[in-house]
Design a protein around this ligand. Structure first.
Ligand SMILES: Nc1nc2c(ncn2[C@@H]2O[C@H](COP(=O)(O)OP(=O)(O)OP(=O)(O)O)[C@@H](O)[C@H]2O)c(=O)[nH]1
Ligand SMILES: [Mg+2]
Length: 429
């Protein structure tokens, strides 16, 4: 951006460093997947054991030289490090290798930049990139640094740094303003949904767990589902009709990954707010993944970090065609295969239960002037039957959840069947 750096290449040597005695096979496999997902070519992988990073190159001098030799003889032009380096380490390594060094955070930012399709998504990624870039703007990485003046003079390098910082700050401010405008619109549509009492269900989970596939299977949709990390970036919403419940809105979202860069979490706050404002989360878990438990734990951690820790949740173990789990409902867990479309009816049933459907239809009498309420009940898909009285009043048979019943009785001229208990006493899930 503002530095003289070696041009980014394609052919990558991957570097993973771990402490003695700590296995890291899965982390290395995940790094390879990230690299392939970024359309880069992982050529070889170097695993180094080290207690703590070397301040100069992250690895020791011996390893740094080994990396240089390997890259030269393989014709590699990119080093991808599965960690975050200090700006100085990154610069020193680039100087030594005369090749671009990419950190894990930069790799993920690179993938996100490639995937962003919507206006909002692009703004969010750009903001994350600038915020990340700003934190790495340090004196000494500018080519003008060498022209620095005497002891008491402010050097050209320093001035350049200030200029760069100011430019980035202006850009960040502008991006934030534009994002706020887009996000106000999104908040409005969320408020509309909540006024209309249409519950929102959001799919969350580790990247590649099968969220988009499940979304498609449930809605007959055609979102891009691919065997690559972060295939989905922008949230997509669609209506879903649940038997005996009516319409809900279901949303597919960006996947999580361990050590999700903080700049991304920051920039994607608004998207993630959809998650914390949801009525119900479906946590999609790849039941065939070896690292299933730590992946789930990571998702739970991000959920509480973004204030979604207390949203009601169903665990959906997906890909049972590959893990040989039995189809069915197990407490708050459902086993499904989005690919084979098995277990989906059971899942919908549990969704209905968790949204608090009162299974038996209830009779409600509406005064003739209550046409709007009647229309709303039809819109919700809640009406099972209707009879018209001689005086113009309507008796409707409806299936609603506890909250919707409370909403209904708050209207004048609405009477529930006599046998029905006080709706305020209905337990919400
Ligand atoms: N065998 C099997 N594969 C599945 C199933 N569901 C999804 N997949 C595959 O898993 C891969 C990832 O699926 P996606 O639906 O894109 O996953 P995602 O969670 O949306 O991933 P991101 O958007 O990248 O976070 C694709 O190759 C799917 O075909 C399933 O039930 N069984
Ligand atoms: Mg997806």
């Amino acid at each position: 951006m503002f530095f003289e750096r070696p041009p980014p290449g394609q052919q990558a040597l991957l570097l993973h460093v771990h402490a003695p005695g700590i296995g890291s096979d899965n982390e290395i496999a995940e790094l390879r997947e990230l690299v392939v997902s970024a359309d880069l070519k992982p050529r070889s992988t170097l695993v180094v054991t080290r207690l703590r990073p070397h301040p100069r190159w992250f690895v020791g001098q011996g390893k740094a030289d080994e990396i240089r030799h390997t890259m030269t003889s393989n014709n590699d032009d990119l080093l991808i490090v599965n960690h975050d380096l200090t700006p100085a380490q990154q610069r020193n390594m680039e100087d030594l290798l005369q090749a671009r060094v990419m950190t894990r955070t930069e790799l993920i930012l690179h993938i996100f930049a490639d995937r962003a399709r919507t206006h909002e998504g692009k703004l969010q990624v750009e903001l994350a990139q600038f915020q990340h870039g700003r934190s790495r703007l340090v004196r000494g990485w500018s080519h003008l640094d060498r022209q620095k003046g005497g002891l008491y003079m402010r050097g050209a390098g320093e001035r350049q740094l200030e200029l760069d910082q100011r430019m980035i700050d202006t850009r960040i401010r502008k991006l934030k303003e534009r994002l706020e405008r887009v996000q106000r619109r999104r908040a409005q549509s969320r408020r509309r949904r909540s006024r209309a009492k249409v519950p929102t269900i959001v799919l969350v989970g580790y990247t590649n767990a099968g969220k988009s596939s499940l979304f498609n299977a449930l809605t007959d949709g055609s979102i891009d589902a691919q065997d690559r990390l972060f295939a989905t970036l922008d949230p997509t919403m669609r209506h879903l009709s649940l038997d005996g419940y009516g319409t809900v809105v279901i949303a597919d979202t960006v996947g999580f990954i361990r050590d999700l860069p903080i700049d991304l979490v920051e920039a994607f706050k608004a998207t993630l707010e959809e998650v914390s404002a949801a009525d119900l989360l479906l946590h999609v878990i790849d039941s065939a993944a070896a690292e299933q438990e730590s992946m789930s734990a990571e998702v739970e951690r991000v959920l509480s970090e973004i204030g979604a820790g207390t949203v009601p949740k169903i665990d959906v173990l997906n890909k049972i065609d590959r893990s040989a789990l039995d189809e069915g409902m197990f407490g708050n867990r459902v086993h499904v295969s989005a690919r084979m479309k098995t277990g989906l009816e059971t899942l919908k049933e549990l969704i209905g239960q968790r949204l608090g459907v009162v299974n038996e239809p209830i009779e409600v009498c509406l005064a003739p002037s209550n046409g709007k309420v009647r229309a709303r009940l039809y819109e919700l898909g809640a009406v099972v039957g209707e009879t018209l009285q001689e005086d113009g009043a309507m008796t409707l048979s409806v299936r609603l959840d506890a909250e919707q019943i409370n909403w209904l009785v708050a209207h004048e001229g609405v009477a529930l069947q006599e046998a029905f208990p006080d709706p305020k006493l209905l337990a919400l899930p």
